[in-house]
Write a protein that binds this ligand. Structure first.
Ligand code: AMP
Length: 395
């Protein structure tokens, strides 16, 4: 059998990311991003082999973009596309693993839309458009939440009245599951440890950020909760704040729930603290130049990350390694160093040279001899989605 090809699709409300994953190739034969969908500025950028191209498609929606992407994917796949993998944000308690999409699965995704009102409907648009365009192809949904369904009840319940959980699903779900799952498996492979007898702390640090405790290939706790706002400081998201902040701002400033939600999700985090940018690269440069806001944002980010990792350690009996991943985790030696400065009590000590070397896709161990293991592991959610799709096709 020749190496199979899976088209991976990640639909946001106004964007669509895609990648063609070939099971035998380390790089993607095709990848791209469509942005500002539904507006006059709608545009799709893609890379096919070494060639980069862009096309303005004013007013294009997800379906039109997929119409455009299909021939590209077929070409990149040499005419042999074997399936489509869709990233779906919220699977609620309904989905504990990736699923081959049928009418029941579609209904389950729809039923969870209340938990992810911005994301699940956009994911559904992508799935329905792809099913209409490629009716003969198997389609698979891979949920951000599914990996965390193994959390014990003491980790996933909030201390709020029982009926809010039982009747309304108010609990911690966690996100970034595809990434935490992928990097913890990779870490076990890299260290020659059996996944089913391994324990990891993982920090996925991108625009969204979360930590996870992973035991024997299962999530035992994670920092995100009912929504992806809980936990760490992120690009524009506050992470944890006093839950009374909503009522405080309503009382003192007359803010509505929508205003507070917007502030916490879009105007906070690195952006809010620094007053400069949500982008850690920009902040790292500004911090070097002595920018006080960038320095503060960096310090709060690292301290809160360290605190979260120390808390996640409660989910483990032993530690085989702490994993850094995501754009910041894979590239910022300064964030890794400052975070571990706050974790000296747990014995972490970095090797400066190894830490500086592991950037731009370079994976490896970065601790000194005698310190608990620290690893940089580039994530690859697209590949994990394709691997899940292939496993379901095989089954
Ligand atoms: P992601 O969402 O995983 O693509 O990660 C995006 C984040 O990674 C942004 O905050 C980027 O600024 C950050 N990032 C990428 N490269 C670097 C770098 N060399 N140093 C610091 N942050 C970086």
């Amino acid at each position: 059998m020749s190496a199979r090809n899976i088209l991976v699709i990640n639909c946001g409300s106004s964007s669509l990311k895609f990648a063609l994953v070939n099971e035998a190739q380390a790089t993607f034969p095709l990848q791209g991003l469509a942005e500002r969908l539904g507006s006059p500025e709608a545009v799709v950028h893609w890379q096919l082999g070494d060639a980069k191209e862009s096309l303005n498609l004013p007013g294009a929606d997800h379906r039109e973009i997929l119409n455009h992407v299909l021939p590209l994917a077929q070409e990149a796949a040499g005419g042999q596309l074997d399936g489509i993998g869709h990233r779906v944000v919220h699977g609620g308690e309904h989905f504990t693993a990736s699923s081959l999409i049928d009418a029941n699965v579609l209904e389950g995704i729809r039923a969870n839309a209340q938990l992810a009102p911005l994301h699940n409907p956009a994911n559904l648009v992508g799935i329905e458009a792809a099913m209409a365009l490629f009716p003969g192809l198997p389609q698979v949904s891979v949920f951000d939440t599914a990996f965390h369904q193994s959390m014990p009840e003491h980790a996933y319940r909030y201390a709020v009245p029982d009926f809010l959980y039982k009747e309304h699903g108010v609990r911690r779900y966690g996100f970034h599951g595809t990434s935490h799952r992928y990097v913890s498996k990779r870490a076990a492979e890299m260290m020659n440890l059996p996944v089913e007898d391994s324990s990891w702390l993982s920090a996925h640090l991108g625009n969204g950020c979360s930590t996870c405790a992973i035991v024997n290939g299962e999530s035992r706790d994670t920092s995100m909760g009912l929504t992806p706002l809980e936990g760490l400081v992120m690009g524009t998201r506050s992470g944890d704040v006093d839950p009374n902040l909503h009522s405080h701002l309503a009382r003192t400033l007359g803010w509505s729930i929508e205003q507070v939600d917007r502030m916490l999700n879009h105007d906070s985090g690195l952006k809010g603290l620094s007053g400069l940018s949500n982008d850690m690269r920009t902040l790292s440069e500004a911090r070097q130049a002595g920018h006080p806001g960038a320095t503060l944002a960096f310090e709060v980010f690292c301290y809160r990350l360290a605190k979260s990792l120390a808390g996640m350690a409660c989910g483990l009996q032993k530690l085989d390694g702490l994993i850094f991943t995501g754009g910041i985790g894979e590239n910022s030696a300064a964030v890794r160093e400052r975070t571990l400065d706050h974790l000296k009590l747990l014995g972490f000590q970095l090797d400066g040279e190894a830490n500086a070397r592991c950037t731009r896709g370079v994976a490896g161990e970065i601790q000194v001899t005698g310190s608990p293991r620290v690893l940089v592991v580039p994530t690859n959610e697209e590949r994990q989605i394709a691997l899940d799709a292939l496993a379901l096709l095989d089954a």
